[in-house]
Design a protein around this ligand. Structure first.
Ligand code: ASP
Length: 341
């Protein structure tokens, strides 16, 4: 082989090798975790049938998100799919089955964040949007804004033709009973805001975090808020940094719990900041914030967290947190109580 031919063969080999690589880019491990709220989940008051219903719905939701990831869909699509299944279920405090406000209505909050470029969308206090998480995504992708509220958010949904329902669509007898109980026990003074009795009436917020084959993180959260809330109260769930956060360089978080504390302690963003700046694992950071920061302050609840390698953690400082995950090995776990997976 003369020098010229050798050179062209080498160039050819280099070209094939280079192109081969770019045609099949390395795929990241993918994984997903979801929650269906944290609180006083008492084994004694949970029948075997009810527990089975929760477990089956959590499994259905996490598997739906995971199936999309396996097909190569984005983590954004996966978290939306999982959250929408729970929004449509009466078991959870999001969409159908949302808690009642003091006045007997439903006001829904939701948010979503994309870890690749920190785009985010949120809606607060919407009353007629069938899937608040879908509207949060539309705010992110189809508006110049991050958060829309109340009637304005609903008008925006109209411009896109998103599905709307009567507020009564979200009604359920079980949540109505909780409202009656809450009205009886609720004392409208400052001390009553911290009354643990109130906290038992509100768990059931839903959320999902995922990493896809491209290594992109996403987080989503949807809720009806707290039973008997008034005066247009907004919790942490639609607040980016408090109830939802995602950044590929650290982690993705969806929170559930007593929203006022999650806002004050900027919980979701604090966990990711610890990962980014202290060089600790997402699991360590989440445990620190939930157990060492939030708990001493009186804040109850939990988070689901995932990092770009697909490591999942789900710490909570309540008796239980409805949760499920499918890790990078494809292993499914469904949990409700503190001691049981
Ligand atoms: N964090 C929600 C809120 O405060 C409630 C919950 O997660 O249960 O609105």
């Amino acid at each position: 082989m003369n020098n010229k031919r050798l050179l062209s063969t080498l160039i050819c080999m280099w070209f094939v090798a280079f192109n081969g690589k770019s045609e099949t880019p390395a795929q990241s491990p993918f994984a997903i975790a979801i929650h269906g709220g944290a609180g006083t989940i008492n084994r004694a008051s949970m029948s075997a049938e009810k527990e089975q219903l929760y477990r089956a719905k959590l499994e259905q939701a996490v598997k739906a998100g995971h199936a999309l990831l396996a097909q190569g869909a984005s983590s954004m699509d996966a978290v939306i799919a999982a959250v929408q299944i729970m929004e449509q279920s009466e078991l959870f405090n999001a969409g159908k089955g949302a808690v009642y406000t003091y006045e007997g209505e439903h006001e829904l909050d939701a948010s979503i964040m994309w870890g690749k470029d920190r785009q985010a969308g949120a809606v607060a206090g919407v009353k007629t949007i069938k899937s608040p998480i879908a509207l949060a995504r539309a705010v992110m992708e189809q508006s110049d804004h991050v958060m829309l509220s109340g009637k304005g958010a609903e008008d925006f949904a109209d411009t896109l033709g998103l599905e709307k329902v009567e507020n009564q669509y979200f009604d359920t007898p079980a949540r109505f009973e909780q409202l009656q109980d809450a009205r009886k026990t609720l004392k409208l003074d400052k001390t009553a805001q911290a009354d643990p009795l109130r906290l038992d009436y509100k768990f059931g917020t839903v959320g999902a975090v995922a990493v896809d084959k491209d290594g992109n993180l996403a987080a989503a959260t949807s809720t009806g808020g707290m039973t008997a809330k008034r005066w247009g109260r907004i919790g942490d769930s639609p607040v980016i940094g408090s109830g939802t956060f995602a950044d590929n360089r650290s982690c993705a978080v969806s929170a559930t719990g007593h929203g006022e504390y999650f806002i004050r302690y900027n919980v979701a963003a604090d966990i990711c900041a610890r990962v980014a700046y202290q060089n600790i694992s997402a699991e360590e950071a989440a445990n620190e914030v939930i157990h060492q920061v939030l708990k001493p302050a009186g804040g109850t609840g939990g988070v689901i967290v995932i990092d770009s390698k697909g490591n999942i953690s789900q710490p909570f400082n309540t008796q239980g947190m409805y949760r499920a995950s499918i890790d990078t090995a494809g292993q499914l776990e469904v949990g409700i109580y503190g001691t049981q997976k």
